[in-house]
Design a protein around this ligand. Structure first.
Ligand code: ADP
Length: 362
């Protein structure tokens, strides 16, 4: 067992419901193992600017059900520089922080791997509302975010049904359309547009028109924020707004547009998210105390496991078609095959759900 006297915990990047439940689990598990805990305030900037608070069992009382993150979050550019890293290392030394658990998304994990390389064992716990980390089936915050969207979309359906309207709803998800896709199925959407699947605009609008002609009154269309088109001046325009106009023009159905934006990040975490946060947080501490480092905690077929951070980040770039020259050089042929299998699994899952969404609409 690694002899850590004190670990640090931080939340970084975009916040997600369940981050507090994760910090609570990390703190309590470490204390149970006789390890002290410091909360690092405001993500990596708290490490650079020495903003830390000791956490005891009581410090994390009454937060398991709270949205947001009581440790606050930040996007800290300075941490990406060598100077910033040196300041962070000096803080760890000054406050006797032997290891860190970082809760966040892919940017947070890049920071975590940098810390590990510089000698501070660090493990990441996924906290992102849109489930955009390819390496894990599940990320803390996703279920709550989907339920928030579902609640809003159900309300839009009420008014669409009353007035025989269509509502295009844009939801968070830059490279990952899972919120739009899963909520689209659960809300009974007519059409779903996500970055992962080519959108057959003509066929989708024709389906909306045909549904209207067969008597359907409420039409919901879910679009991920990550889908854009380029206008005549070369500017990127969110596709949801463009689609709204086209649906109205081509079907004659009055069509509204709603952007749910940051409302999707808030709220009390669901049971699913509190459980995932607790399981992942506890696993992170267990692995740190076993002497492991530079890992991200993942869920794979309902099992909590871990994966090397660089491997996980590379799988992510592979899936999102963002691999750069040399990205795969550090990996064996076997590892690259493993990455391809993870991407194929996710791809098959998304396409299966997309086909299902179409099969069950009117
Ligand atoms: P998320 O973790 O939600 O993806 P960001 O991408 O904003 O959010 O990353 C959160 C923070 O992680 C950044 O503000 C920065 O401090 C740190 N970070 C991001 N990318 C790197 C990197 N390449 N190297 C070191 N730290 C990074």
């Amino acid at each position: 067992m690694a002899k850590f006297r004190r670990i640090g915990v931080l939340t970084s990047g975009g916040d997600a419901p369940g981050m507090n439940a994760a910090v609570r689990a990390i703190t309590r598990k470490a204390l149970e193992q006789g390890v002290e805990v410091m909360g690092i305030i405001g993500g990596y900037s708290g490490l650079i600017h020495e903003k830390l608070v000791p956490l005891d069992a009581g410090s994390v009382s009454n937060i398991v059900m709270q949205g947001g993150t009581f440790l606050y979050s930040d996007r800290c550019l300075e941490f990406k520089t060598e100077e910033g890293m040196q300041k962070a290392m000096a803080t760890c030394k000054k406050y006797n922080i032997d290891a860190i658990v970082a809760v966040g998304g892919d940017g947070t994990f890049r920071g975590a791997t940098d810390l590990s390389v510089h000698g501070i064992p660090t493990i990441g716990v996924t906290g992102t509302i849109d489930n955009d980390i390819t390496a894990t089936d599940y990320s803390v915050g996703f279920d709550t975010a989907m339920n928030t969207v579902l609640d809003a979309v159900d309300k839009l359906r009420d008014t669409c049904e009353s007035h025989a309207r269509c509502n295009v709803v844009e939801v968070m998800g830059r490279d990952c359309g899972q919120i739009a896709l899963l909520v689209g199925i659960a809300a009974g959407a007519m059409s779903v547009c996500i970055p992962e699947v080519e959108y057959d605009e003509a066929a989708e609008i024709a389906a909306i028109k045909a549904a209207k002609e067969s008597g359907k009154r409420s039409m919901l269309v879910l679009v991920s924020e990550g889908v854009f088109v380029t206008d005549e001046n070369g500017n990127k325009v969110p596709y949801g707004e463009v689609l709204r106009k086209k649906i109205e023009a081509e079907t004659g159905i009055e069509t509204k547009f709603a952007r749910l934006a940051h409302i999707v990040r808030g709220g009390s975490p669901s049971l699913r998210d509190r459980l995932a946060a607790t399981k992942m947080g506890v696993k992170a501490v267990e692995l740190l105390l076993e002497g492991k480092s530079d890992l991200v905690i993942i869920e794979d077929n309902s099992e909590i496991k871990s994966m090397n951070i660089r491997f996980a980040l590379t799988v992510d770039r592979m899936y999102k078609k963002k691999l750069k020259d040399g990205d795969l050089d550090a990996f064996t042929a076997e590892e690259i095959e493993e990455m391809k299998a993870i991407c194929a699994k996710r791809d098959a899952y998304i396409h299966h759900l997309y086909d299902m969404a179409k099969a069950v609409r009117r």
